[in-house]
Design a protein around this ligand. Structure first.
Ligand SMILES: [Zn+2]
Length: 261
């Protein structure tokens, strides 16, 4: 699933490419993926492209928003139909002939027209509210495994499986550690590690290990810089111990059994 660095990379691209453009028509080919009336947006001009956690929103003049969640396999492509083919489910035509394609193999993603943007409850990692104090308070509030807390969009918005695994490796913390058992220094290190992996993901324009691509169909490069994610049986980047993978709450957790306690 695209996480904060992937969605933010798309946001920056769309902001540059679509801001100022006016929608001519929207074709919804898979009805369940579009909430609201697409005709509402005909003739409306995009004034900004914003993001809260993993949710993008196109902002229009007169307080209208088209929020977009890519979920597992959603892609947004500008003027690149050929790549999309059979998985294109929504097509947005602009008056200047630009076309935005929404492709989604698994069909869990959605677009929604509303007078407010969709926002997850959690604090966005790139927002000013994500402070060391906030993070320390948050870790004191629960006893669930730390990895689940990092991925809880009602608490922290933007971190998914890739960046949670890699942040825990950098902080040398086992993914199943009970959150309340973390010592102050570990919390401090984890806070820095979360910021570091998100910054690294952004620097490499996200991880294209799965369906994620940029709107020009190019790929991100963070998959070449994974710390532990997707590296089962490969040597730990620090101590060479083979990386382990375990299933936890339906997701894969990757960790070094030597470095992470
Ligand atoms: Zn190691």
């Amino acid at each position: 699933m695209p996480e904060l660095p992937e969605v933010e990379t798309i946001r920056r691209y769309l902001d540059k490419d679509l801001s100022g453009k006016t929608i001519k028509k929207i074709d919804v080919l898979v009805k369940k993926q579009f909430i609201g009336n697409p005709k509402t947006l005909e003739g409306k001009k995009i004034t900004d492209v914003i993001r809260f956690g993993k949710v993008l929103s196109l902002k229009f003049s007169d307080s209208l928003y088209l929020s977009i969640h890519l979920k597992l396999t959603g892609q947004l492509l500008v003027n690149k139909k050929s790549l999309a083919a059979k998985t294109t489910h929504i097509i947005i035509y602009f008056t200047d002939k630009t076309v935005l394609y929404f492709n989604d193999l698994r069909k869990f993603g959605w677009m929604k027209v509303a007078s407010t943007p969709e926002k997850p409850k959690g604090i966005d990692i790139l927002s000013k509210s994500f402070t060391q104090i906030f993070f320390t308070d948050l870790t004191g509030s629960t006893d669930k495994p730390i990895k689940l807390l990092l991925m809880d969009q009602d608490k922290l918005a933007g971190v998914g499986n890739i960046y949670a695994n890699d942040a825990l490796f950098l902080a040398k913390i086992h993914p199943l550690r009970k959150t309340r058992s973390l010592r102050p220094l570990e919390i401090k290190n984890l806070y820095s590690a979360v910021k570091k992996v998100i910054a690294s993901g952004l620097k490499f324009q996200g991880a294209s290990d799965n369906s994620y691509v940029l709107p020009d169909a190019s790929t991100g490069r963070y998959q070449n810089h994974f710390q532990v994610y997707g590296r089962e049986n490969k040597p730990c980047l620090i101590c060479k111990t083979p990386i382990k993978r375990i299933k936890h709450h339906g997701r894969s957790s990757f960790f070094c059994p030597h470095c992470q306690k």
